[in-house]
Every structure is written in C-alpha cells, then in structure tokens.
Ligand binder design. Structure first.
Ligand code: SF4
Length: 440
C-alpha cells in the first residue's frame, strides 16, 4: 500500500527532476491534480528534523500559532532516525508481539498507513478514547493521534493505565486556538455583559459547549460551568441539550462545526457572532451578544478549511454525477454546496452504502480518503482538494517514534506519558458524561 508520505516524496522527486507530478497507482487522487503535488514540500522531511522548531511544521496554515505551553518533543535516538522503513516495521512488530495484551495501539483515522497497519483499534478521537476505557486489562495505550485525544483517553481510562503519545510535537492546531486562559477571559466578559442569573424561563444566559477537539482544561471548564462536550456526530443533539438550559451557547473552538450545526437547526448567521480572543468583547457589541444564539470561537481546522466551493464545481464538471460529501469542519459555503456533510462515521457509512461504479468526492483528511479508496476498489473515491495535504500534526507520528515508544515500554520505561491532573479529569468527565446522556 502506498502511503501519502510516499506520494508526496514521489511528487517532490518528480518535480525536482522536471517531470510532471503523477502516481498512476493512486489515480483517483493524483491524476486529477493539474500537476500539483503537496501543499508543502517540507512534508518530505522526517518529523524529527522539525520537532524542535516552534510551530506545527510543514503543511500547517500560517495563522496557526503554537502556544508556549505546548509540550516539546526531545531528540529521538539515532538508532531510530537512522533506521530504514523495513527495519522500523520489524522492530514495531517484534516489540508489539513481546508486549502482547499489556499494550494496545490506538490509531486515528487520519494517521499514515505505516502506523495504521500496527493499530489494534482505528477510529476517531472519541471512539479511541472509548476503546481505551473498554480495555481494563491493558497497562498502556499508545495513542497514535494528537495531544487532546491522548488527554481524553487518559481521562476515560483507569488511573493505573498509561496513555503514551509517541511524539509530543503532535498537537492539534485547532485545539490550540483556544487556550484555557483565553476561554476564562471570554467567560468573564460574557458573564459581565449578559449576567449570570437565569432568565424568567429558568435558562442560564450562556451555556459553554466545547468540541472534543479541545484541551482537557477547556472540557473541565465546561464541566464546572454547566456546559458540555460534543463530537462532530452529536453536535446537533448537544446544541439542543444546551438550548433547553440556556438562552445562548458559546461554542469552542471550531467556528465551522458550530456554524454548520446551528445553521442546520435553522439559526440565522446574523445571530452567530464570532468571538476573536484578542479583542474586547471578542470584537462584538453588547447588543450583538444579547441578540446572539451561538457565539462562535474564532478557531478552525487547517486541513478542512482548505476545501472550497471551486473544488466542488471542478469535481462536478470532471465527473458528472459525482456525489460530494464533506466534513462539518469545512466552511459553511462548502457544506452548502456539497450533497451531504457529516462526521467521519457519516462519510464511512455513505461510502459503504454506495453502489459499484459510483464516484464520490470527499472533503476530509487525505490519509482517510486514500484508505477508503483502497478498501473500496469498486468505487472511485477522491479527495476534493487536488493537492496532497495531510494533517500536519498527525504526520508527526512516524514509525520511528512508534518503534522507540514500544521498545521503551518493553524496557520498563514510560516515555511521553500524558497525564491529566485529577481535578481537571474529574470536571472533564462531568462534561463528557452530560454528552453521553444527551439524547436526540
Ligand atoms: S485534522 Fe484538523 S482538527 Fe484534526 S487533528 Fe488535524 S488540525 Fe486538528
């Protein structure tokens, strides 16, 4: 199976040699590209070459700013950085076999194939955190995803179980767009402007709602303040829960998921002011906040914001009859122009339900799209974005880090353990349990 990394490297080499970018074995994704290759030629570098640089690395948007408090990955021993792909693969297989059921490897849908092949579970962030919860016999979970996901797994797993993030540089630029300090400042301003006492109908002035893609500290903040967590699958149910208890919602950190969900519920965009954390009242007037139904934090996913209406038009002109499905982290205009929008699970179900010969353009992360095409050769599935641009932080989990992590565990060490403080975990669980109890 050819990974996106190999596609990028191949495209870069062909470009350097002055030849057109093309990979015949990945026809649906690459051949429709008009000579384009990857969104950043730096993606051919190995992650340890950039781990200690500030920022999210190649492929991230220029607007992504890494918080000072984000963990930094130390140097990887030369044994791993000097090893070849086959050697790393063998070390991973051997260490995993020696560790047996003591260690479970969790792989996010957006991971590269050379990680996914070793995963015991593959899923989205919440599915993987639940997988961690359902394995009390495991001593450790190696979470091949990003930082906030490992935090959620630590919150939901037992205290004696270690959750390990193979590369600490694997943060999530969207989650990092809302820090707990900024969220607390926002809350102070909102409660000062809108009051804290419930209205005549008993509803609070504002209910905080946070997307799963946020730090444990923000989930705990929501737990402490009558709020709740949501995923991209249950965002509408969670907003309905919140509107039963509040006159309006403040939604962290993804403006697009908040806007798309609220629009689908019939809420007008005029009633969804954007909160810009560096401005007083988030850049709004008190009147705008009073009239609001959903206050949207100014965050976004660098991967999903790349999708455009022009790409959908291009796909429709190249493939008449194509079905276009996108993730709700895409901008509202893209969601409107698509035939359907929903979580990764929705996208997978749509593809399962397709008929042989169907053509499906997907607006989500390319490793997942690539894998769906591999799993469904009877369909033509391609990524709406003709440029190869994986999630730049998932990309930081390279087999060299997985081999190092597993061999360290075998030697009795616990590298890169992610620990959420007990008080934060307790309040986060309140918000997560509200989500699990919310019913449509
Ligand atoms: S795809 Fe977007 S939201 Fe998901 S981990 Fe990557 S940057 Fe974060």
């Amino acid at each position: 199976m050819t990974s996106v990394h190999e596609l990028i490297r191949g495209a870069a080499e062909r470009e350097a040699a002055g030849r057109p970018s093309a990979a015949p074995h990945r026809k649906p994704i690459v051949l429709r590209a008009t000579g384009a290759s990857s969104c950043d030629s730096g993606l051919v570098k190995d992650p340890w070459a950039i781990d200690r640089d500030p920022g999210y690395g190649p492929g991230a948007s220029l607007a992504d700013e890494i918080p000072r408090s984000a963990p930094r990955q130390g140097p990887l021993p030369a044994r791993y950085t000097d090893a070849g792909d086959d050697e790393l693969r063998q070390w991973i297989v051997d260490a995993k076999a020696a560790l047996g059921d003591r260690v479970q490897i969790l792989g996010h849908f957006y991971q590269r194939d050379e990680i996914i092949e070793h995963a015991d579970f593959v899923g989205d962030s919440f599915m993987l955190a639940q997988a961690a919860k359902s394995h009390p016999e495991a001593e450790a979970f190696v979470f091949c995803g990003v930082h906030f996901m490992a935090e959620t797994a630590d919150i939901l797993s037992d205290a004696h179980q270690a959750v390990i993030l193979p590369n600490l540089a694997a943060g999530c630029s969207m989650a990092d767009m809302a820090t707990i300090e900024q969220v607390e400042d926002c809350w102070r301003e909102l409660t000062a402007a809108l009051g804290e006492a419930p209205g005549p109908d008993g509803r609070q002035p504002v209910i905080p709602v946070t997307y799963m893609n946020s730090s444990a500290a923000i989930k705990a903040f929501c737990g402490r303040n009558g709020g709740i967590v949501c995923t991209s699958s249950n965002a509408r149910t969670v907003l309905e829960w919140a509107f039963e208890r509040g006159q309006r919602v403040v939604f962290f950190p993804d403006q697009h998921l908040g806007r798309n969900t609220a629009k689908a519920m019939g809420i007008s965009e005029d009633l969804m002011p954007l909160w810009r954390p560096h401005l007083a009242l988030g850049g709004n007037t008190i009147e705008q906040l009073e009239a609001s139904r959903v206050i949207l934090w100014n965050g976004f996913c660098s991967v999903h914001k790349r999708f455009t209406v022009a790409q959908i038009e291009q796909a429709r002109s190249e493939y008449p009859g194509v079905r276009v499905i996108v993730h709700p982290e895409c901008p509202a205009a893209v969601v409107e122009a698509a035939d359907g929008a929903g979580s990764t699970e929705y996208i997978r179900k749509e593809i399962e339900a397709a008929q042989p010969g169907d053509v499906i353009a997907v607006g989500t992360e390319i490793n997942l799209v690539n894998r769906l095409q591999e799993q469904h050769p009877e369909l033509t599935i391609f990524c709406l974005d003709p440029v190869v641009c994986p999630c730049s932080t998932m990309y930081r989990i390279h087999p060299a880090y997985l081999a190092w992590t597993l061999e360290s565990l075998l030697a009795g060490e616990e590298p890169n353990r992610i620990r959420v403080a007990d008080s934060v975990a307790e309040d986060s669980r309140v918000a997560l349990e509200r989500m699990l109890a919310a019913r449509p």
